[in-house]
Design a protein around this ligand. Structure first.
Ligand SMILES: [Zn+2]
Ligand SMILES: [Zn+2]
Length: 238
């Protein structure tokens, strides 16, 4: 399907492309109403370099607990049964990149995608979803930070921020750094992250202040070891 991100309206417009997608779309349209929500039903790669670029949204499904035992290992999981499963999968590279953003906002942000209505794009049937609604003004949201705190960017802009110290992420903080964030809307305090410090220094501060052990997946070294190497390199250069 074609996935069009509308930043101004804070929605995604999804245009079914294949026969299967169009068939799912008609089944969905016969039962769904604006304001109805989807449940996230996991993701899958498309075999292309193992990238996760396919996610499933379920409408009208019921969660069911499932227990599977193999040898001495028992796995408890929840699966969605019944209803309509919509596969969100891009056709171009741009579309595929959008799928990752949708998944992160839904999975990490913990919001439920909302059906906003049907649309026509260049004569083709399409449907419009947002990834959640603001708890203050009920506006649609599509960003991870918005969904994570259930407060849209407009309401966050009007927030009387109450900053506190803690771990922040995104922007200058990258995957995580100590800084200040608002305990009401979750937005970071501008300039609260010291950008002159290296990533390993930020991670070491997180370990020391919050007791969270940071493990890099692209190097066997710990933040403390990397900081020692960076210091040694600095001494050699001087
Ligand atoms: Zn709002
Ligand atoms: Zn705030």
């Amino acid at each position: 399907m074609k996935i069009i991100r509308d930043d101004a309206k804070r929605v995604f417009v999804l245009v079914p492309f294949t026969e299967v997608e169009r068939e799912t779309f008609s089944r969905l349209m016969s039962t769904i109403k604006p304001g109805d929500t989807f449940r996230y039903g996991g993701r899958q790669d498309d075999g292309d370099e193992g990238k996760y670029c396919k996610i499933f949204l379920h409408f009208g499904s019921k969660p069911r607990k499932r227990t599977r035992t193999k040898g001495c290992v028992t796995v408890h999981s929840t699966e969605l049964v019944g209803g309509i499963r919509v596969t969100i999968q891009g056709t171009s590279n741009d579309d595929k990149a959008e799928v990752g953003g949708i998944r992160d906002a839904v999975y990490f942000g913990g919001c439920q995608p909302v059906f906003m209505g049907a649309a026509k794009i260049e004569g083709k049937d399409a449907f419009v979803i947002s990834l959640g609604l603001c708890q203050q003004c009920r506006s649609p949201m599509i960003g991870l930070r918005e969904c994570e705190w259930a407060i849209c960017n407009v309401c966050a802009g009007k927030c009387q921020h109450e900053y506190k110290n803690g771990m922040v992420h995104g922007g200058a903080a990258g995957s995580g750094a100590m800084g200040e964030y608002c305990s009401k809307c979750g937005r970071g305090k501008p300039g609260s992250v010291d950008e002159s410090k290296s990533d390993a220094v930020h991670k070491l501060e997180i370990e020391r202040k919050l007791g969270i052990c940071w493990i890099y997946t692209n190097t066997p070294f710990s933040p403390a070891e990397i900081v020692r190497m960076e210091e040694a390199a600095r001494v050699m250069q001087n």
